[in-house]
Design a protein around this ligand. Structure first.
Ligand SMILES: [Zn+2]
Length: 270
């Protein structure tokens, strides 16, 4: 499943090709993806100029004066800008025609992705209630400390909660907790402010690094486990239960937390 860094890499790849272009038409080859595609997409988008391509959590928004198309890549979605004459594949569900003779094509074999509509001046319900972006100044150790007081859930489950901060998937949560030296099973409400400062810094560093690296490996960004290929060599704990800690040599422990595989070093993380 594409994680936040892959979605941000997609945004950076698409933005220069889409921003400033006028939409000439929308072709839907099926009425739905994960959810029905609202009529507004075909009614409002044609004729509009794409003003900006924004990412919010793992959603992409193509903004126009008439409203915004809201996209999600789901498990297997890909968005590309191609010549209109590019051959069609069986999973090419949506084309947005552009005034330079190309199309924005949405391809999604498993159809867990979505294309929805956000009217101007409104926030779509899927985006309402989301926490801050992890790479923004609005996300700090203080954010985590304040939101966690009184919380009994594990710190790992807490930091993966989209209402707390968006885009910290299982891999990134595990690795950031290792970098911050925090045991993932610790109740969130018992982690100190100082340790949350370290955790926020680790989340920013790891996601920022993955985005930086994602820029060069977009085409084959997922291996069969759904793990970003470029990241695999550099994992300290994720997927390494029973193996030796790369820092201290202790065997890494694992258990399921909130139904997610969780691995940590019993010596480095307390
Ligand atoms: Zn260790």
């Amino acid at each position: 499943m594409p994680e936040l860094p892959e979605v941000e890499t997609t945004r950076r790849g698409l933005a220069p090709h889409l921003e400033g272009r006028r939409v000439t038409g929308v072709t839907l080859r099926r009425p739905d993806l994960r959810w029905p595609i609202p009529a507004a997409v075909c009614e409002r988008l044609p004729g509009q100029r794409i003003e900006a391509v924004e990412r919010r959590a793992k959603y992409l928004l193509t903004h126009t004066a008439a409203g915004s198309a809201l996209w999600h890549l789901g498990m297997s979605g890909v968005m590309r800008v191609l010549p209109a004459s590019a051959p069609l594949g069986p999973h090419d569900h949506v084309d947005v025609g552009l005034d330079d003779g190309r199309v924005l094509r949405f391809t999604d074999p498993r159809r867990f992705g979505c294309l929805l509509w956000q009217p101007p001046g409104e926030v779509h319900e899927l985006l309402a209630g989301l926490g801050p972006e992890p790479l923004s100044d609005a996300f700090t150790g203080e954010t985590l400390f304040t939101a966690s007081r009184g919380k009994k859930a594990s710190v790992k489950t807490f930091v993966m909660d989209q209402a707390v901060v968006v885009g910290v998937g299982n891999i990134y949560a595990a690795e950031a907790l290792f970098e911050a030296g925090i045991r993932p099973t610790t109740p969130a409400g018992r982690v100190t402010r100082e340790r949350y400062e370290r955790l926020a810094a680790a989340v920013k560093r790891i996601l920022g690094y993955a985005i930086e690296r994602g820029g060069t490996t977009l085409r084959d960004f997922l291996n069969p486990d759904g793990l970003p290929g470029y990241f695999e060599q550099e994992l300290f704990v994720y997927g390494r239960e029973g193996e030796a800690c790369k820092v201290c040599g202790t065997a890494l422990k694992g258990q399921r937390l909130g139904q997610r595989a969780t691995v940590w070093c019993p010596r480095c993380q307390r």
